[in-house]
Design a protein around this ligand. Structure first.
Ligand code: SF4
Length: 400
């Protein structure tokens, strides 16, 4: 059975007080406005998992002691009913995979998918498990009502590397076929190509082969990222595993992660080089390296959509070595305006999300708009997005 997890798993059933997290500012990376997870800790047991770091306060053995939030579906129903804003519910975290082995019997995600469909809330799932295919019927319904996005995490095409570093996750081919099945049923599919492992899965040949395979599979985008090793449990555990499989690399990893930054980031020079090479590999096959605007534009309130778009433009333009100082200054103005508006929105329970959307439309139509952003060209560009509903293409950096 693929993705079965350890046989001596210990399940800890908990009743939690709250399950849904809401962000005032939408996450521009996974484009989640809400998030939840029915589990804490992860039986997939990836060697590199960030969830082993002390900051996440996982009790017991990370891949054996799994907390099961048994009232997650009921609470989700309750908490979604209280929301005054629409948005994408992101289900995935660095500390647990929602389709990890216990889900096979618990079926919490199946119940949660049903709840999301009933509330017509858009959702995205990030997983390394083919088990998500079991719930295709329910996610298809969520997609029909509000939008659904499936993201698989795939950092290598080499099955022997996968077995070493992601022992209880589904094989790569299975993940790709699950993506194809969701795509065939009209869902958006993406890949989180991370974490590339230094000297193991990060060569130009590895990156190009993965990019070509994903493009051929028809995925809509691929996010990418390198390995972080936070000092303490996560780093120690990973290095023990590495020395068993790749003893020759331990010294090189020691040099790369020797600064022991709290974030776990490697040397800046390595990250820069990896980011440049990965971006080039995906660009070569015309795969966007962020969630494209066309995917989230109708699934977020307009004011969140513009915030995400500005953040993404800043990242993309920086990657193409364009000048971003003025863009970032405009982004800061917009962010401050949005936060202020959200503060009022949160206080006044009778205010509706649509009122805030109209406030943005009025601002974008007004003569003040260019002065407000401090950038005439950007103001004209955003007017076309806000008023004419044009779409930003992350490959050409143009509106279509
Ligand atoms: S699937 Fe994700 S959360 Fe689970 S162990 Fe692997 S990296 Fe960690």
């Amino acid at each position: 059975l693929t993705g079965a997890g350890p046989t001596d798993l210990r399940k800890h059933y908990r009743t939690v007080k709250t399950v849904l997290r809401r962000r005032d500012l939408c996450d521009p990376y996974f484009v989640g406005k809400f998030a939840f997870s029915p589990y804490h800790a992860c039986a997939h047991g990836c060697l590199y998992c960030d969830g082993r770091a002390e900051r996440y306060f996982v009790e017991g053995e990370f891949d054996h002691d799994i907390v099961i939030r048994s009232n997650a579906p009921a609470l989700l129903d309750l908490e979604l009913g209280k929301q005054r804003e629409r948005g994408i519910v992101f289900i995935g975290s660095g500390v647990s995979d929602s389709y990890q082995p216990p889900e096979r019997e618990e079926e919490l995600m199946r119940s949660c998918a049903r709840v999301l469909g009933e509330h017509s809330m858009a959702a995205s799932v990030l997983t390394k498990s083919g088990l998500v295919l079991r719930d295709l019927d329910l996610w298809e319904e969520v997609n029909r009502r509000a939008g659904f996005l499936l993201m698989m995490s795939i950092q290598t095409l080499d099955e022997s590397i996968r077995r070493m570093f992601e022992p209880a996750c589904s094989p790569i081919e299975e993940r790709l076929s699950v993506l194809a099945a969701f795509k065939a049923r009209g869902c958006t599919v993406g890949v989180a190509a991370m974490p590339f492992l230094p000297y193991i899965s990060d060569s130009d040949a590895d990156l190009n082969a993965l990019a070509e395979r994903l493009a051929a599979a028809g995925v809509d985008f691929a996010l990418f990222g390198g390995l972080t090793l936070r000092p303490g449990c996560q780093k120690d555990f990973f290095l023990r595993g590495l020395s068993a499989s790749f003893p020759d690399l331990v010294e090189r990893y020691g040099a790369l992660y020797g600064e022991n930054r709290p974030s776990g980031a490697p040397l800046v020079s390595y990250s820069r080089d990896l980011n440049r090479r990965a971006a080039a590999a995906f660009h070569r096959v015309s795969l966007p390296t962020l969630v494209p605007h066309r995917i989230y534009r109708d699934r977020l309130p307009l004011y969140d959509e513009i915030y995400v778009l500005l953040q993404q433009m800043s990242v993309l333009y920086t990657g193409r070595t364009r000048e971003v100082e003025r863009l970032n200054a405009s982004l800061a103005c917009y962010r401050a305006w949005l936060l202020e508006r959200k503060k009022i929105f949160n206080r006044r329970r009778k205010q509706r999300s649509i009122d805030l959307e109209y406030a943005l439309i009025d601002l974008a139509r007004s003569q003040d708009w260019p002065r407000f952003l401090g950038n005439e060209k950007l103001a004209a560009f955003l007017r076309e997005v806000v008023i004419d509903r044009r779409v930003f293409d992350p490959l050409t950096l143009r509106l279509v």
